[in-house]
Design a protein around this ligand. Structure first.
Ligand SMILES: *Cc1c(COP(=O)(O)O)cnc(C)c1O
Length: 393
């Protein structure tokens, strides 16, 4: 099997599993208990919190553990909207956010908030001038993702946060695809809230955190016990939190090597596809992109068909078109970068890890070439296109 879907989820690193295991059967105490067994769990949580805070340049008490990226996004938006509603009802986000943000915004719209969805350019970049033009005195929150999960484009977070702060609004970023992949300093970038998820950085699924800058009056998300400074009640997922801390530790330890290795593999993959498969287009910004992201559109073929045929060769990949709830709507991200509906259906996302090899990528490209040729040979659209081209020559 060749796994090229690391934007969907990653393998839990063996050292992460090793770190977690004792917290199931040995150190299973409740962190809120006062005896020694509970204290061991409490210390493990504190250690994980410290690791994560250090990586972001944050304070320990600014890290709140959650059950993943979706929860962190929901919390940030809903609680900030509620807490700052007396100041205004306007929120700004973008057209290319993850559904955890977009569907939360739709929920808030139904509850009387007004949402502006910023456009992006053909590379998927948000333009700071557009934010400047959209921001108003009643804007309470701006949420822009750090890096896009489909096309890998890395947004100009520093500029966007600076504009937001200058207008007195809060700046949130969904950094689920970026945390652990690229360096992030919340103070240098002036980020007020940041969402991250464990399973996107070789940690366990169902774990994550929300960074909330000190002084922000965000409401509690889960009511109950006093866990997470009374803002997110419930007995802590101790093994999960330990795993998240271990994953963050590992990600930052290997980051430079991982970035170098993935960038090289990514560029090699892009080059081979561009040179060897006709009528393809790289989606996302060529250089301002995640080191592990490759996203291509191939004219005259369906992304889903490519995936099925790659799967038969043992290759795990993803298509831009999210077939959520059985619908075959093309990806909102590809539409936002200006692709037509029919083009947006023919896209393929390959997201690497540092464990992939050049040989694996060669195998994938060789098969992809054959697959696309075969699919095109069955496509009436392609047949028409070729006929037309010949006539016009
Ligand atoms: C995966 C992802 C999420 C959701 O994270 P979960 O931990 O799976 O809930 C949110 N935003 C982005 C950009 C993602 O890639």
């Amino acid at each position: 099997m060749i796994y090229l879907d690391n934007a969907a989820t990653t393998k839990t690193a063996p050292e992460v599993v090793d770190a977690m295991l004792p917290y199931f059967t040995q150190n299973y105490g409740n962190p809120s208990s006062i005896y020694g067994l509970g204290a061991a769990s409490k210390k493990a949580i504190t250690d994980a919190r410290k690791i994560i805070a250090d990586k972001l340049g944050a304070k320990q008490e600014e890290i709140y553990f959650t059950a993943g990226g979706s929860e962190s996004d929901n919390w940030a938006l809903k609680a900030a909207a509620e807490a700052y509603a007396s100041k205004g009802h306007h929120i700004i986000t973008t057209k290319i956010e993850h559904h955890a943000i977009l569907h939360t915004c739709e929920y808030l719209e139904k509850r009387g908030f007004e949402i502006t969805y910023l456009d992006v350019d053909a590379d998927g970049l948000v333009h700071p001038e557009d934010l400047e033009a959209a921001i108003r005195p009643d804007t309470i929150l701006v949420s822009v993702m750090f890096a896009n999960n489909e096309i890998g484009t890395i947004e100009p977070i520093k500029e966007l946060a600076a504009i937001t702060k200058a207008h007195g609004a809060l700046f949130h970023t969904d950094a689920v695809q970026a945390f652990g992949q690229v360096p992030i300093d919340v103070n240098e970038l002036k980020i007020d809230m940041l969402s991250a998820s464990g399973h996107k950085l070789n940690g366990p699924k169902g774990t994550g955190f929300l960074y909330i800058r000190t002084g922000i009056k965000i409401r509690s998300f889960v009511h109950g016990g006093a866990q997470e400074r009374s803002r997110r009640a419930g007995t802590e997922n101790v093994p999960g939190i330990v795993g998240l801390g271990a994953a963050a530790d590992r990600a930052f330890r290997i980051m430079d090597d991982k970035i170098a290795k993935e960038t090289k593999l990514r560029n090699y993959l892009i080059e081979r596809i561009e040179n060897e498969i006709p009528y393809c287009k790289l989606n996302g910004h060529r250089t301002r992109r995640l080191p592990n992201n490759v996203n291509f559109s191939f004219r005259f073929v369906e992304g889903e068909s490519i995936l099925i045929m790659l799967d038969m060769k043992g290759v795990c990949a993803s298509s831009g078109s999210a077939c959520t709830s059985g619908s075959l709507d093309p990806s909102h991200v590809l539409l936002a970068i200006g692709m037509k509906h029919e083009e947006a259906h023919g896209s393929l996302r390959l997201t690497l890890s540092e464990e992939n090899t050049k040989e694996e990528l060669d195998f994938v490209v060789d098969n992809l070439k054959a697959i696309i040729e075969r699919l095109r040979s069955m496509s009436p659209l392609y047949e028409d296109f070729v006929k037309h081209n010949k006539e016009s020559v």
